[in-house]
Design a protein around this ligand. Structure first.
Ligand SMILES: *[C@@H]1O[C@H](CO)[C@@H](O)[C@H](O)[C@H]1NC(C)=O
Ligand SMILES: *[C@@H]1O[C@H](CO)[C@@H](O)[C@H](O)[C@H]1NC(C)=O
Ligand SMILES: *[C@@H]1O[C@H](CO)[C@@H](O)[C@H](O)[C@H]1NC(C)=O
Length: 177
């Protein structure tokens, strides 16, 4: 009996060891990309360059767009210029989810289809717009980003009312295959 308990302990202990052996180093991402996200909200007339549209209007609760759902198909560029050749598209949605201040929740896929990268990165989490930087979760990926996990740090790079905003997305992957 004693021997049996010892063996169980050994198996459990060694499985803990092997999960540590997965080489996750919080200070050292295995892949790091800094990209820019450009969002131009459709306002009824800017069909030519709008990249996102409200799919559900804000509710009457509070005055911070609570309940508004925006679906986007936004260009992602390597530099800050809206008109640079995109390296990926960001497709997904955000909705406003705080009654007392502007706060959104994002879920989207970065779709890469270039000579440099092919594949997707899936990102979700809270965008607490009042904070200088916000960390969202990289929950998975495909292709060049197979099984990716990590953190996407948002920083508002510019903001022009409802007409246009640009986010810097600093994507650090801690699991790469
Ligand atoms: C919509 O956006 C365009 C381009 O920014 C602007 O010229 C136009 O005045 C806007 N329309 C409304 C109704 O806000
Ligand atoms: C969208 O296009 C309109 C018309 O060309 C232009 O006035 C506006 O500045 C553009 N919006 C952005 C964010 O570039
Ligand atoms: C990726 O790019 C290639 C070459 O431009 C194109 O033929 C293909 O349809 C694209 N695939 C997707 C999923 O956009």
């Amino acid at each position: 009996m004693k021997k049996y308990i010892y063996i169980v302990f050994f198996v459990v202990a060694s499985s803990f060891n092997s999960s540590h052996a997965r080489k996750i180093k919080p200070d050292k991402p295995c892949k790091h990309l800094t990209v820019y996200y450009h969002d131009i909200l459709f306002n009824g007339t800017n069909k030519a360059n709008a990249t996102s549209a409200a799919a559900a209007n804000p509710t009457q609760l509070g005055n911070t767009n609570f309940g508004m759902v925006v679906v986007f198909d936004d260009p992602i560029t390597k530099d800050q210029h809206l008109l640079s050749t995109p390296i990926a598209r960001a497709q997904g949605f955000y909705f406003y989810d705080m009654k007392t201040s502007y706060n959104a929740w994002f879920a989207y896929t970065l779709i890469f289809n270039s000579t440099e990268h092919k594949g997707t990165i899936n990102i979700m989490g809270a965008d607490m717009m009042g904070e200088t930087t916000r960390d969202l979760s990289v929950v998975g990926g495909t292709g060049d980003f197979f099984m990716a996990r990590g953190i996407a740090t948002f920083r508002t790079d510019t903001f022009e009312g409802t007409a246009y905003f640009r986010l810097q997305m600093d994507i650090k992957l801690y699991e790469c295959y």
